[in-house]
Design a protein around this ligand. Structure first.
Ligand SMILES: [Zn+2]
Length: 103
């Protein structure tokens, strides 16, 4: 069961949920498109979230220094978007659903 709910070590997902290093326990999850390096579960994300709010450490794209973040092993599933209880950042969800309409 866990295998369906989480990405395995041998998997190379295209997208992943990520969190900012500044995220509190109730913060929504963001989504980023992964590079070839894959999941960064221990921190050190190397691409920005789709909404641009979570950025790699030191990234200066928006004029403010990126603080970094990490990925979650949680598999992205339709339930994450089709629910009343929003757990995903709305801007990230909108971009993701545009890019990967299978979900
Ligand atoms: Zn976001």
């Amino acid at each position: 069961v866990l295998k369906d709910l989480e990405y395995g070590d041998d998997e190379k997902p295209k997208y992943a949920f990520c969190e900012s290093v500044h995220a509190g326990p109730l913060a929504r999850w963001h989504i980023r498109k992964l590079s070839d390096v894959g999941l960064k579960l221990g921190g050190g994300i190397d691409t920005a979230s789709l909404c641009g709010r979570v950025r790699p450490m030191g990234d200066m794209t928006s004029g403010q220094r990126g603080g970094g973040g990490w990925d979650l092993r949680v598999r992205i599933r339709p339930e994450h978007f089709h629910t009343d209880q929003l757990v995903v950042c709305e801007a990230c969800a909108a971009e993701y659903l545009k890019a990967d309409p299978e979900v």
